[in-house]
Design a protein around this ligand. Structure first.
Ligand SMILES: [Zn+2]
Length: 214
């Protein structure tokens, strides 16, 4: 019961209190846009074009397995000036895994992404937002900083009204989570336009990943 409640009010202030080692908001006060579950051959190109329209630089948390199948998309994301983060190899809930499996999920994703991009990976986001102190520490041992979020857009529900409702709660320093995945494909163009308009109305500025995650 409590567990479900914890997820509905995601992320509850208590989560930030329990896991202060994870990043929940930006250091610059600007807005950081993040995309989970990348890459997806049906959406990544579209997402990149949309981000280009608004001149936003985002963090893409990539799944190792789909990255190894679509290395070209990872290179496109990186060469467009976005940051690549680790979202594990197979997108499993790490909480339910034994240590060796858990480490393999993190390590294997890092290996794939490093090989494709030719650089080290420094950012990590666990699937389903399920974290523990242990996971944060283990990720840190691989040089990864755990980046959570302060605003989940519910874009994956594919309901524009729900997305707008979520976005209207945006405030200074928000880390916004969206999905580079077919499940949110339909609402992405209008959703991002709404987000851009709402940010302008609230006088919130998008920030570069490096200035937001100092
Ligand atoms: Zn995910």
């Amino acid at each position: 019961m409590m567990k479900n409640l914890w997820r509905i009010v995601n992320p509850a202030p208590i989560a930030r209190y329990i896991f202060p080692e994870a990043v929940w908001t930006t250091t610059s006060g600007k807005i950081l846009i993040t995309f989970d579950d990348a890459p997806d051959s049906r959406t990544t190109g579209k997402v990149l074009n949309l981000l280009d329209d608004y001149n936003w630089k985002a963090v893409f948390f990539c799944v190792g397995e789909s990255s190894s199948k679509n290395p070209g998309l990872i290179r496109e994301i990186a060469s467009a000036g976005h940051r690549i983060g680790n979202h594990t190899y197979r997108h499993k809930n790490l909480i339910g895994l034994a240590k060796t499996e858990r480490l393999e999920e993190i390590m294997k994703c890092n290996a794939v992404l490093s090989e494709i991009t030719g650089g080290d990976i420094h950012l990590f986001r666990p699937p389903y937002g399920r974290i523990s102190r242990k996971i944060i520490r283990e990720a840190a041992n691989y040089g990864l900083r755990t980046v959570m979020w302060s605003l989940l857009t519910y874009d994956y529900k594919n309901d524009l009204n729900m997305f707008k409702f979520a976005v209207r709660k945006i405030s200074d320093g928000a880390i916004v989570t969206m999905h580079d995945h077919v499940k949110s494909e339909q609402i992405l163009p209008e959703g991002l336009r709404y987000l851009a308009d709402w940010m302008a109305y609230k006088q919130l500025k998008p920030g570069l990943p490096e200035e937001c995650l100092k």
